[in-house]
Design a protein around this ligand. Sequence first.
Ligand SMILES: C[S@@+](CC[C@H](N)C(=O)[O-])C[C@H]1O[C@@H](n2cnc3c(N)ncnc32)[C@H](O)[C@@H]1O
Length: 193
Amino acid sequence: MIGFGATACEQSKAAPAAGAAPAPPTAAEREQYDRYRRPELLLAALELRPGAVVADVGAGRGYLTQRLALAVGAGGKVVATDIDAAALAAIAPAGPGAAPVETRLVQPADPGLEPASYDLILLAEVDHLLPERAAYLRRLASALAPGGRIAVSNRPLYRAPLLEAAGRAGLGVASESRALPAHFLVLLTPETP
Ligand SMILES: C[S@@+](CC[C@H](N)C(=O)[O-])C[C@H]1O[C@@H](n2cnc3c(N)ncnc32)[C@H](O)[C@@H]1O
């Protein structure tokens, strides 16, 4: 499936000539991709409150970033991170009534997030690309504000390795949504000792 939030990792469209920008997706391709990802169902399942502080880790070209910014509103904040500067540069500024979006270029093993600051940290189609999943999840956990959650969504084949890594990182499954047709969505929280 062609990824619009994705950078090179998902694009299966015919590669453009060297140096040329990939052709923008057609409206039909966008619709097909939205039917596959169902972003409106993902956002609903996150139950974000207005004013929340959110991190979109591995945001790519911002397929979900704008939707997150609209969900938390002008009083909230969204930090979109990626290891790919070109992808981050493609993220459009947030529209009226949406939270400001800060883009942040990060290193593969470092989430680059402030400690104890985020109400929600989203990993959408990213965890399978992380060098050391358990260590990375542990670092994300230290960036959570009290009561904060880590939301992970990906294709079903990545669910078991993700849950295994979450356990090693001291994270438990607070809830799981089955609303998405082609992806799992788990909400993780630190396990109390
Ligand atoms: C498949 S795309 C998903 C993009 C977006 N989250 C979405 O749901 O459409 C994966 C993105 O993760 C980024 N990525 C890969 N490893 C990363 C890491 N260690 N830290 C941050 N971003 C990373 C890639 O550059 C790419 O933009």
